[in-house]
Design a protein around this ligand. Structure first.
Ligand code: SF4
Length: 101
């Protein structure tokens, strides 16, 4: 999966360098990435509060796979805590029923 934002790239190299190197291979070298992914901004623009987000058990938050994980989900904020749909700290290596490429 290619990187979706510079924020995600920094986070992944800091926390999951092995996965980050794989994603870098799928990211075109001359592609300019946005600082934050669109869905992340959307959550802020909609003013979602923690209480409006889904709880982890509701969405079967679980261990992810190389192909499907929070780090390559469009709702992932890339700062290790934020997801536009699910409350609480989010790990890039996890997954849930709301995952979206
Ligand atoms: S997989 Fe689920 S918890 Fe992870 S970023 Fe996507 S919506 Fe959020």
């Amino acid at each position: 999966m290619p990187f979706k934002s510079e924020s995600q790239r920094r986070y992944m190299y800091a926390r999951h360098p092995g996965i980050a190197k794989q994603w870098q291979k799928h990211t075109p070298k001359d592609k300019k990435l946005p600082e934050k992914a669109a869905a992340y901004h959307l959550g802020y623009l909609l003013g979602k509060k923690s209480a409006e987000l889904k709880a982890k058990p509701e969405v079967n938050y679980r261990a992810g796979s190389e192909e499907r994980n929070c780090g390559n989900c469009q709702y992932f904020g890339g700062e290790g805590k934020d997801c536009a749909r699910v409350n609480g700290p989010i790990s890039a290596s996890k997954d849930c029923d709301l995952w979206k490429a």
